[in-house]
Design a protein around this ligand. Structure first.
Ligand SMILES: Nc1ncnc2c1ncn2[C@@H]1O[C@H](COP(=O)(O)OP(=O)(O)OP(=O)(O)O)[C@@H](O)[C@H]1O
Ligand SMILES: [Mg+2]
Length: 150
């Protein structure tokens, strides 16, 4: 699979990454593979262990990915780009690295939905930057100054 792979978790920053990847895919005339991953959490109350149905999580991830692609498409940012979408179960970093073996370029946001304010790079991005086989682009969130330039 030669082409550009972009990881999307539904966060604003991952949508910025998707827009950047689409622009690059158009320049290079390459297919854009939009990938979302999910893992099944195991929840323990102390008395019992609950494992959510992974098909529910899969369809929630599909809905998230479709919404992300629709948003960017409605803004016209996917025009002229061939797009495929894929939801994969597993650790995001590991899954993206597996895809990097065949990709021309891997694109991620610097941050995602996750936790700590002030962190410059999220854990998935740190993993990807350290392990990718193909070149990686890390897309920073837009600053207010960038918006003023638009
Ligand atoms: N589940 C996922 N599927 C696909 N890509 C993902 C996923 N999670 C993160 N990414 C990619 O990695 C980028 C950075 O997200 P990351 O998870 O590393 O940061 P974070 O959520 O801010 O922090 P953390 O998850 O480490 O608390 C996202 O913008 C997206 O491009
Ligand atoms: Mg995250």
């Amino acid at each position: 699979m030669r082409g550009i792979v972009v990881g999307v978790d539904g966060s604003e920053n991952s949508l910025d990454a998707l827009r950047w990847a689409a622009f690059e895919a158009r320049l290079r005339d390459q297919v854009l593979h939009v990938v979302g991953t999910f893992t099944t959490p195991i929840m323990s109350t102390g008395y019992e262990v609950a494992v959510p149905d992974s098909s529910d999580l899969e369809s929630a991830s599909e809905t998230m990915l479709r919404a992300a692609v629709d948003t960017v498409r409605m803004d016209g940012d996917l025009e002229g780009v061939e797009v495929t979408t894929e939801v994969i179960e597993g650790h995001a970093g590991e899954r993206l690295i597996a895809l990097s073996k065949e990709a021309a370029l891997l694109v991620v946001g610097s941050r995602g939905h996750g936790g700590f304010m002030g962190l410059l790079l999220g854990s998935v991005t740190t993993y990807v930057v350290n392990h990718s086989v193909c070149p990686v682009v890390v897309v920073r969130p837009k600053t207010e100054e960038d918006s003023a330039d638009d």
